[in-house]
Design a protein around this ligand. Structure first.
Ligand code: C5P
Length: 208
């Protein structure tokens, strides 16, 4: 029997950390749906270039496979920005729906994290969480992460990127970043990782 946990929220709010911990705790499969858009964004940069011509991007989005999600070049700032641009193309989103819905039906339960899981991909999810934090806190976390990966960047650049991506994700016409009406809000600005994870697990236990 499937049990679906939808976790949405803006970049670097802690969705990934919370989703992995929740999946490990309950033995659910986990899909970071941002990776699907990153796969398309990376391929678009490599094969099309900065113009990101929509017709060609749409064609690339039909070729995404599970193996692509394991690539180790998807976490760069350039790929993140490209991902958020290709994610605003309605046909790209449509081409990625089936992969996500099939994953959600896994026996034993599934956690999907992204921007539109509780609103579009799995509107009937058993539990919906909207994980958020202030833009400054998110930029601090993302900056540390990029620094550890050896990317040459600054806090101010990362903050500007986070704000630009929030704006694009929230204002696009299709599947904008928005909390589902029935989502539980989890603001991680002043929470430790352990506290955020504990609150998410408690919310899921309450629904099981
Ligand atoms: O979560 P992550 O930062 O990896 O996502 C990269 C980009 O992919 C986001 O900025 C967003 O534009 C897009 N995305 C989306 N819908 C999702 C997941 C990610 O539009 N479900």
């Amino acid at each position: 029997m499937s049990f679906i946990v939808a976790i949405d929220g803006p970049a670097a709010a802690g969705k990934g950390t919370v989703s992995k911990a929740v999946a490990a705790h309950f033995g659910f499969a986990h899909l970071d749906t941002g990776l699907l858009y990153r796969v398309v964004g990376r391929a678009a940069l490599a094969k099309i270039g900065p113009s990101l011509d929509p017709e060609r991007v749409i064609a690339l989005s039909t070729e995404v496979s599970a193996d692509d999600l394991d690539r180790n070049d998807l976490r760069t700032a350039a790929v993140a920005q490209a991902a958020s641009k290709v994610a605003a193309i309605p046909e790209v989103r449509e081409n990625l729906v089936t992969f996500q819905r099939d994953f959600a039906q896994r026996a034993g339960g599934a956690v999907l994290d992204g921007r539109d899981i509780g609103t579009v991909i799995c509107p009937d999810a058993d539990v919906k969480l909207f994980v958020t934090a202030s833009a400054e806190r998110r930029a601090e976390r993302r900056f540390k992460e990029l620094e550890q990966r050896g990317e040459d960047t600054s806090y101010d650049t990362v903050l500007a990127d986070v704000i630009a991506r929030d704006k694009r994700d929230s204002e696009r016409d299709v599947a904008p970043l928005i909390a589902a009406a029935d989502a539980i809000l989890l603001d991680t600005s002043d929470l430790s990782i352990d506290e955020a994870v504990a609150q998410a697990i408690a919310a899921i236990h309450a629904k099981r």
